[in-house]
Write a protein that binds this ligand. Sequence first.
Ligand code: SF4
Ligand code: SF4
Length: 264
Amino acid sequence: MGAPTESYVKLSKEESMILSNEQVYVPEYVCVLDDTLLRDVCVTSGTGPGAWVLINSNKSFEELNDLLGPNELNLAKIDATSLAMDILGRPITNTAIVGALAKISGLYTLDQLAAALKLQFKGAIADKNIELINQTFQEVEIQEPVRDYDREKAEKLVWGHLEPQYIGAEDVPIGAPWYTPGGSEKVNTGGWGIYRIEFYPEHCSQCQNCYFACPDMCIVREKREDGLWYVTGTDDFHCKGCRLCVEVCPGKKGVIARKAILKE
Ligand code: SF4
Ligand code: SF4
């Protein structure tokens, strides 16, 4: 099963300002690449009044505030998934988000970002990513009024809130973050996938390719009276829609038994 992932970066216009590389406990900017995380993870941990939360979402600010709860944050949103699909042809949203972040933070310019992208990518891929950051820079929406940031009032993010009674907690190293009682089993990690996988049992040859290919253990099987395991479906709650199971499916008589359907 996939799990919510956090990463950190420290940015400063003055090189000498960055003196350490440990986790960020008091973030001034939080980028949320998947708005379904708002249901399961407190993305605003450690933020103070006026900190920015930039969310990849096509929801309204009202809906996002309902999910976040009462807050004194600055909110910004961009439909990065749709733009990435339009421009890159794939739902890769990290480049899109950093284009929007350039606008709301002013920490770096689009030219600096484009130069960095050219170091990473070449040719048409670089051009498309640069087009994407330009688009998200223009289209990012900012909730009014914008508040001043007050770092002094930020509550330091507490790590290691491990609750020993939770399932699987004994397997987690002391100090690891453990957000949800029951662990990822109870987290809807499939919520952010853009594809839903349809299974057609009449075309399934029970080759088990999908079972071994799925990186998230989302192929549902049952053991029948003959003692063998049979593929019976997909765990939609955790399936991330990577489509690997579709790629490896030979089906039966030339008709595959799995199809990826774009979610509404
Ligand atoms: S798309 Fe298929 S392989 Fe990918 S997570 Fe879902 S069930 Fe697993
Ligand atoms: S890969 Fe396709 S044919 Fe093979 S078990 Fe999975 S669904 Fe059935």
